[in-house]
Ligand binder design. Structure first.
Ligand SMILES: [Zn+2]
Length: 210
């Protein structure tokens, strides 16, 4: 099962990705994670990635594709994968189609009011990228994974969220057109369990057809 996961920041797609990953035995792959991973491995490609990230620059598409290609060849991708945060635009989608085909594009949507509620509570670890919420039980203000003090991103503040969502929608709509009938849009306004139940049904149906 080769899945692309689309959804605005705060849409709950991360939680859905984790559940798919466990049920369908496919790794969740985000460019942030694979960049961190390749930097640790100290290869030429890793050095290139590091030179962009250390200066706060976007890693160019051709390098991202090389890193992604390596990642998709690893043994844990034999059942497929979930791509989260990539592709972000048509050029990346076209490049991706040269290294892999895709079975389904899950587009997770959440109404603006819901999104606002979630994002104002969101806190992030600058060190490992973990995301927490002040609403979760056991929230301490420190990262559950590495103990670093969590922070609130400036663009998670209410006045900026609406604009960000509009920007996101403008970015994602060409991708939705590009993937056409492979796209399955799922509203995440119900409970997370209900949403995931629907996602799982789509995936099982798809698996049965394959
Ligand atoms: Zn952390």
């Amino acid at each position: 099962m080769k899945i692309i996961l689309l959804g605005a920041s705060g849409s709950g797609k991360g939680t859905i990705a984790k559940k798919i990953s466990a049920d369908f035995k496919v790794p969740q792959i985000s460019t942030g994670d694979i960049f961190r991973d390749i930097i640790k491995r100290k290869s030429t490609l890793g050095e290139q990635v590091k030179s962009y990230i250390n200066y706060g620059k976007l890693v160019p598409d051709d390098i991202t594709l090389k890193v992604l290609r390596q990642r998709l060849k690893r043994v844990d991708c034999q059942n497929g994968f979930i791509l989260d945060g990539f592709p972000r635009n048509i050029d990346q989608a076209k490049s991706l189609s040269k290294i892999s085909d895709i079975d389904i594009v899950l587009n997770i949507e959440l109404p603006l009011e819901e999104l606002e509620k979630r994002l104002v509570n969101r806190r992030i670890c600058a060190k490992c990228g973990d995301i927490d919420s002040t609403k979760y039980s056991g929230f301490t203000g420190y990262c559950r994974k590495c103990g670093t003090k969590l922070f609130q991103r400036d663009d998670d503040k209410p006045e900026i969220i609406k604009t960000r969502l509009e920007v996101y929608k403008n970015q994602v709509s060409p991708l939705i057109n590009f993937y056409g009938d492979k796209v399955q849009t799922v509203s995440n306004s119900a409970s997370p369990d209900e949403t995931y139940a629907r996602v799982k049904t789509f995936l099982l149906n798809l698996e049965a057809k394959a």
